[in-house]
Design a protein. Structure first.
Length: 119
């Protein structure tokens, strides 16, 4: 698998998603995976929709309480699976769904609205 796509995992700064701003970004390289027909319909029957799947090399402590930025969009992490690839190397697979709302990404401390430093 070639890990050549950017993925950023964010935490929420509030206890509920309705109040949350995305903070503490962690960047990864990932590989997109295909969402097959069976997986898609199993998710629909469970009351959600899997729109994207990505694979990260190694095992990472990602949770479904976090959100992901992938392909220029914010995604809700529906499922995290730890396993091995066909070569026996550890991987983390994320199932992604469109979120119920839009999220604001917090700017790093010291950065102005124009993207420059406040100093």
């Amino acid at each position: 698998m070639i890990y050549d796509r950017a993925l950023t995992i964010y935490d929420l700064d509030a206890p509920t998603p309705l109040q949350g701003t995305l903070i503490d970004p962690t960047d990864f390289l990932c590989a997109p995976r295909e969402v097959f027909f069976k997986r898609f319909w199993e998710a629909v029957q469970a009351g959600t929709e899997i729109s994207e799947m990505v694979e990260l090399p190694l095992h990472h402590p990602v949770t479904t309480a976090q959100l992901a930025a992938f392909n220029g969009e914010i995604w809700r992490i529906v499922q995290v699976q730890h396993g091995q690839d066909k070569d026996g190397l550890p991987i983390t697979t994320l199932s992604l769904s469109r979120p119920d709302r839009r999220y604001e990404i917090a700017r790093p401390t010291g950065e102005s609205a124009e993207g420059g430093d406040d100093a």
